[in-house]
Design a protein. Sequence first.
Lengths: 101, 384
Amino acid sequence: MICSLATDNVKFTIFSLYLREIIKGELDYKDNVVAVINEAKDLTLGNKNYYNIDRYNYPIIVFLSSKVPDFFRTLDTTNIGNNEYSTLLKCIESQRPICVA
Amino acid sequence: MECQLLDLNFSQLIKAWSKSKHNVYSDKAKQDYHNNLKILFDNLKNENFCALDDDGRLKCNLILDFFFRSIEFLDNSTHNLIPFEIVECLKIALKDWIPDNDNKFIIVTSYVNNMLGFSFDPTLATNKDIYNCLKNRYNIEFTNKLIQINLPKYLSRDYLANVVLYHELGHFLDLYYNITAPISEELSATYSKLDPSEISVLKAYFPFLDDPVNLYQFFPMLISNHLREYFADVFASQYINSCSCKYLDYITNSDANCSLSHPSTINRNKLVEEFLIGKNNILLNKIMESTKIITNLSLQKRFDPIDGNDFMNLIPIDIENPEKLHSLFLLGWDFWLQGPKYFSSYNGMSEALKPGQYYQIINNLIEKSIGNYIIKVDWEKIKK
């Protein structure tokens, strides 16, 4: 085949699209993004584990939590702004290990 | 993303849709889905791709891909093409795992020109973002999502080979619930701390663990890929016992080597056998525990063997319940492996049936038995 597009890759592509839209001030998908951020923080802090985090966004949550744990440890989820969304966007757009993608 | 390439993609869609728009389906859910595609097509016609920013173009690119994938499968799922009986069996199995299935998923099939071309394409079933995108951009709501299963064109009505479709359904449920992904994370993180006896079992099922290069470079990917296959095998065996092992053994020549994507056939069949006899090992335990924690359902035998007397008399079997329905495949395999000699003499034939004739009879008997069961269940629903 000419190329291979993993389903998780499409999820990451759409999640980065959501982040860019929020940064531009379009809030249609903000709830979806905030839900992922909350889950990633809970996973990082040990409040949740691999078995009870959201099943749909599982690959994104696990990836973010393992990639920037310190960011989630100190993140105030009641006060997320463009700086935080930009950090996550940079992270999500970086090259992922093949097992995650 | 250049808008000319989106225009190219949409031009390709115009050509494909000009044929697919005439599709007729046997059920309302598919027809509703098709009608939504019609509305979506009209919306796409009004898009000026060149006037969109990069993200707008990306969305349209994803939507065009969604549209193409939908018709690829719907084209092979029209009322006279879909392998209706096997799909009904898969729907019944799916209901065990997603009870509100009636309102959520449609199993569709696409035929491929490859005798080993059984596969599951997760794109449309496990990506709800694309549906959110369609709702937000065009206010089109797809209430059902497509579970896309590829199968070999020449085997669409082969009820012996098609037992492997239960394995493909297992892949869908694994991705839908993310059942094996946490095991992979857990094993990657704790492998070195495991008990030596557990490591020895894992090394038997994941032989690459002995290779330090693979261990460090590819461990997560290989573990993840192989776990998915092991899960799908165990999942399938709940319904079809070890039937798919026989076929897998044949098509892979009992391969003792694993690949990047699949464990060795020997290991796959061994795990299924251990599951079916209720033997414990760390791998099976992890798969079963994860399934239970995440879905609140247990991996267990979900077939109830049936008597083959009716088949011997060339009569379809009156199936009483789903467990017996799945058992039709076991019976089909038993008949096939027994060969046509006894069957032929029992039916007073002067000489034994040729394999091709016997093959046709077994497939017809299974197909009719499934068909009768579906009609019976529908009839009982109407009577209520």
